[in-house]
Design a protein around this ligand. Structure first.
Ligand code: NOJ
Length: 559
């Protein structure tokens, strides 16, 4: 495998950056971020080393779930700009070798979507071609309170519509009716929208809420159950025919076996990528315990994928830090360590905090966590502001706590907008993590900043295809339970990463067997040559990290 071989499956060695246009940069001063503002920051993102942008929903929307309630699949929310601005952004990004993927929310629409308005107008499908665009039932459903996604706001997944006296399905909020993904016309309409965005220049889609496509409750008594895989195969097929190199990234927070099915198993004909929710949660448990054990287990249990597939690794995203895959006792351990106050927790399953506050502001722990993220096998995905260590606004409602404006400088509104603070789409974080303490401008040229650290790790990552493509081995070592030592090997070369999840200094000894009699080892950060014989001996500070490149003597494929 040479570096030049990796570009076809570009997502395997990408660095993804998620942002919401409305909170990134406001160019026209109305208090809402916009596409023009994002365009002005494309070079910032390119310089950071980002190779793929994931835009959170930008469609026209009543905005009752931050845009995840789509009113028109073919438009741009006019507060953010228009299609012309979108084309401009795509061109600017592509010009810098950056791909752009859109959030595709097809499990549900807004209740203001014209399809739903028409669907609820008449219950007889013979008279109303839109009736079956959504999932309706005439009989009163039983208790479904255990199936709701947002238990603070909803107590059932069926809501009675006064207009026709029937109940419609909604796994999320009641203003987000679930689409019937088994309906040929619904599928055709959605594919038309997907084709439109591909034609405009998008490079793929992050697909929202996949586990709910199945519509289990509607299966009762139904002759044809909705098969989410049939929908996924149609989506993948259509996308691939239109754009051979387009990528789909699924939000599929399910057990490994179910995730494998959504990759399409052996035929690999569904998602290209899926988020590694299990690995993410294990990482927090490991950090809370200062014991690499849970992370090692998660990495070892994580299925090995088809070569065209990939895991998307992450530490934070725009939602709560979900801990739903941990046991109650494990979740409580993470709560105790990283979010003990009730106001920091949401839905009984997660935390509405960002990483630095959870780490008590300790820069060593924060850096170690990002080093882990960038060295684990998979494609790292950042949520905007992580690179500078932004905090959260606990006073904001639920998940909005982590969706505050990007902090560009120590000036008014953190440089996000020139509008009066009362007009901002969301308040800027205050106190110790406010823009006067945490902002891009201060960190940009400071070699000791978190931003410089993240940029350095990304740069190393881009030079090491082993990280996105390599085979994982968790290495034996004598550094104690707090240490994770792992190796990613790709043919003749490998990256070995050492991480100390605990506060005490340790010395770690690992072997580099498999690389001949005279392996060459170099420290990827300091470029120092390391003596590998008979083993590599590395002192690590508390929360210390080390990245090493190993190759056979005489192999000149990598430095
Ligand atoms: C998952 C998204 O990540 C979340 O933000 C949204 O509220 C739900 N899906 C509903 O679309």
């Amino acid at each position: 495998m040479r570096i030049t071989d990796t570009s076809d499956l570009w997502w395997k060695s990408a660095v993804i950056y998620c942002l919401d246009v409305e909170t990134f940069l406001d160019a026209d001063g109305d208090g809402v971020g916009d596409l023009e503002g994002l365009a002005q920051r494309i070079d910032y993102l390119a310089d950071l080393g980002i190779t793929c942008l994931w835009l959170m929903p930008f469609y026209p929307s009543p905005d009752r779930d931050d845009g995840y309630d789509v009113q028109d699949y073919l438009g741009v929310d006019e507060r953010l700009g228009d299609l012309g601005r979108m084309v401009e952004l795509l061109r600017l990004a592509h010009d810098r070798g950056m791909r752009v993927v859109a959030d595709l929310v097809v499990n549900h629409t807004s209740d203001r979507h014209p399809w739903f308005r028409r669907s609820r107008a008449e219950k007889d499908p013979a008279k109303n071609p839109y009736r079956d665009y959504y999932v309706w039932r005439a009989d009163e459903p039983g208790d479904t309170s255990d199936q709701v996604v947002f238990p603070d706001k909803e107590d059932a997944i069926w809501t009675k519509d006064d207009k026709t006296g029937e109940w419609y399905l909604h796994h999320f909020y009641k203003h987000q009716p679930d689409l019937n993904l088994d309906h040929p016309e619904v599928v055709a309409e959605l594919l038309r929208a997907v084709g439109f965005w591909l034609e405009l220049g998008f490079d793929g889609f992050r697909v929202d809420g996949v586990p709910f496509f199945a519509q289990e409750p509607a299966k009762e008594g139904a002759e044809d159950a909705v098969d989410p895989h049939a929908f996924m195969r149609k989506l993948r097929d259509f996308i691939q025919l239109r754009r051979g190199d387009a990528m789909t990234l699924g939000e599929v927070n399910l057990a490994h076996q179910d995730q494998l099915a959504f990759f399409g198993g052996e035929s690999a004909d569904e998602f290209h990528m899926q988020f590694d929710f299990i690995g993410m949660q294990a990482t927090y448990l490991s950090m809370a315990r200062q014991d690499a054990g849970p992370l090692v287990t998660a990495l070892q249990e994580r299925p090995v994928l088809h070569r065209t597939n990939q895991w998307a690794t992450f530490l934070r995203n725009h939602d709560e830090l979900t801990l739903d895959k941990l046991s109650d006792a494990e979740r409580q351990e993470v709560f105790d360590a990283f979010g003990p106050e009730k106001e920091m927790q949401v839905y009984g399953r997660g935390l509405k905090r960002r990483l630095p506050t959870m780490m008590g502001g300790d820069p060593r722990r924060v850096r170690m966590a990002y080093s882990l993220l960038f060295s684990l096998p998979g494609t790292p995905t950042l949520f905007y502001g992580e690179e500078i260590g932004m905090g959260e606004d606990l006073a904001a409602e639920g998940r909005m706590a982590v969706r505050t404006p990007m902090q560009w400088s120590a000036t008014k509104n953190g440089g996000f907008s020139s509008a009066a603070p009362s007009r901002l789409v969301q308040a800027v974080v205050g106190d110790g993590y406010g823009p006067e303490h945490v902002n891009v401008m201060d960190q940009l040229h400071d070699p000791s900043s978190l931003l410089s650290w993240v940029r350095e790790l990304i740069k190393i990552r881009h030079a090491c295809p082993e990280l996105g493509w390599g085979d994982l081995t968790v290495l034996e070592h004598d550094g104690g339970p707090a240490v994770l030592a792992h190796r990613l090997s790709l043919e003749q070369t490998a990256v070995i990463a050492l991480h100390n999840l605990g506060p005490d200094p340790v010395t770690v000894t690992v072997s580099c067997e498999g690389f001949g009699d005279d392996p060459r080892v170099v420290d990827l950060r300091t470029h120092e040559v390391v003596d590998p014989a008979p083993e590599i001996v590395s002192p690590l500070e508390g929360y210390g990290v080390r990245w090493l490149r190993v190759r056979r003597a005489g192999d000149l494929a990598v430095p």
